[in-house]
Design a protein around this ligand. Structure first.
Ligand SMILES: Cc1ncc(COP(=O)(O)O)c(C=O)c1O
Length: 495
């Protein structure tokens, strides 16, 4: 490979240097270098790339000759001021549109589960469900547990068990037994990156294109999406105040059913024992699995804890799913599956090829919190605080709306569903807009119904909102409801 001449007459670098030169030039043009515009020293870059320092020097000289960088003896090269100025003034070239060639899965994903377009905006009171208040996070306890996890000195930094840290799984085994009467072996527990990864594992391992899966309707959108992305077909079964209507399930053939029996999402019903037995009988009849998402059972206010389906019988048909997203933080991305023993090894193998394992420091920190009792006392505190928020919301709704609203699912969890029987469904978008203009975020329950079955009988044709309260303080809840009432009145006066 010989040398080339550039139009400016400078000697072009040899190929090794040329590639370095091109990469650096692209990086400069795409603003990789920070505010100080400093590039690495030739010695550092040569070491990093495994080439001689002379090769890097040739590339740097070429960039300097073309005016991209300034070189001063004894100092690191710096992006030339002229380039910085023109970059500030110029706009970035847009890549020309081209057809993206995706896998069948990728194509399907674009159709069935497009990325949510909603950008959280700064609002005075956003009743978005799923967020928690940072003031509830146990900063000191978590910090102590993380520091202890980092300070532990393993013999070597090696990949861990894909099912999760043994310490954490042992601690979870005890927690599930004492708090949820779930009895399982440590090996049945698989630590995952939030429930969502647990659902993804179930989807990949249990569903094929053309299979059918049962969802509660209305139900949890993120579950419906992850199952639909496999190419399997959703069978929506209505949920009411008692959870999934198992009478309507009876002769439905499907590979799996996703349910939230302890606190139906979003309506809040607790599935009575009769329906639980029907559901398990259905699973046996069709050789199907039931995924039991026990996402917020730590929060019970007016009712006694209900033992999960999993605990009802030593069922080989139930996959139990838990998370710390409602107790500690959704940002931690820690959840756990309890899988039937027959599924254990294939779930472990899938988890391993997916991401080796969930980050270990956080797992160990959670284990410490569980072992020391810090987790349980935190949960008690969070339950008290959320109980107070819930009361503030119920009081505010009563005060501002009286009998004009119906409230559903308030006995447990971190949200309620509020129905407005005198607001026709057609006014929903205008109400969201009017509330938003006043700094209040509201989120309709309609989007959680299966959209392909509009007008199904069980779906009310008036406005319903899922109102989460766990991220708000009492004054925001109170004022938020006041502003919402104003938005409702404003719309009513227009009708
Ligand atoms: C029904 C349901 N399950 C699970 C979760 C938690 O998901 P993750 O553990 O992935 O954060 C949520 C969060 O809002 C939920 O609504």
């Amino acid at each position: 490979m010989g040398q080339m001449k550039t139009p400016s007459g400078h000697r072009a670098p040899r190929m090794g240097a040329r590639r370095i030169y091109e990469a650096l030039r692209d990086q400069i043009l795409t603003r990789v270098y920070g505010a100080d515009g400093l590039l690495p020293s030739s010695r550092a870059l040569a070491g990093e790339l495994g080439v001689s320092r002379a090769t890097v020097t040739v590339a740097y000289e070429q960039l300097a000759a073309e005016g991209f960088i300034d070189i001063r003896h004894g100092a690191r090269p710096r992006v030339a001021e002229a380039v910085v100025v023109s970059k500030r003034a110029g706009t970035r070239a847009r890549p020309s549109p081209r057809t993206v060639r995706l896998s069948t899965y990728g194509e399907r994903l674009r159709r069935v589960a497009p990325l949510s377009a909603e950008q959280p905006r700064k609002l005075f009171a956003d009743f978005r469900y799923g967020d928690l208040s940072p003031s509830d996070f146990p900063v000191l306890g978590w910090r102590k547990a993380v520091v202890a996890a980092i300070a532990r000195r393993p013999e070597r930094l090696a990949y861990d068990n894909p099912c999760g840290s043994r310490r954490l799984r042992t601690a979870l085994q005890g927690y599930l037994w004492r708090s949820r009467t779930v009895r399982c072996e440590v090996d049945q527990i698989i630590v995952v990156n939030g429930s969502q990864q647990g659902l993804d594992l179930c989807a990949r391992l249990l569903l094929d294109p053309g299979h059918r899966f049962v969802m509660e309707d209305p139900g949890y959108l993120m579950a419906r999406h992850v199952f639909s992305a496999t190419g399997a077909a959703v069978v929506p079964i209505p949920a009411d105040g008692d959870g999934l209507d198992t009478e309507r399930l009876a002769n439905t053939e499907a590979r799996l059913a996703y349910v939230t029996p302890s606190h139906q999402f979003p309506l809040g019903g607790v599935m009575p024992i009769g329906r639980r037995h029907q559901l398990l009988a259905w699973a046996r009849k069709f050789d199907a699995y039931v995924i039991e998402d026990d996402y917020d059972s730590e929060y019970r206010y007016d009712t006694k804890p209900v033992p999960p389906l999993y605990a009802l019988e030593a069922s080989e048909r139930v996959i139990y799913l838990g998370t710390v997203s409602k107790t500690l933080s959704p940002t931690l991305r820690i959840g756990y599956l309890v899988v039937p023993s027959e599924l254990q090894s294939v779930f472990a193998a899938a988890k391993q090829i997916m991401d080796r394992h969930t980050p270990l420091v956080e797992q160990e920190a959670l284990a410490t919190m569980l072992e020391t009792g810090a987790y349980d006392s935190h949960v008690r505190r969070a339950r008290r605080r959320n109980g107070a928020r819930r009361q503030a919301l119920l009081d505010a709704l009563r005060r501002r709306f009286g009998d004009r609203v119906q409230i559903e699912g308030a006995a447990a969890g971190l949200h309620v569903v509020v129905w407005f029987p005198d607001m026709p469904q057609a006014t929903e978008a205008a109400l969201i807009e009017a509330a938003r203009a006043k700094g209040v975020g509201i989120h309709p329950v309609s989007q959680l119904f299966d959209q392909r079955h509009p007008g199904r009988q069980h779906r009310p044709n008036f406005v319903g909102l899922v109102m989460g309260y766990a991220a708000l303080e009492a004054r925001q809840i109170e004022r938020g409801c006041q502003l919402l009432a104003q938005a409702v009145d404003q719309l009513r006066s227009l009708r």
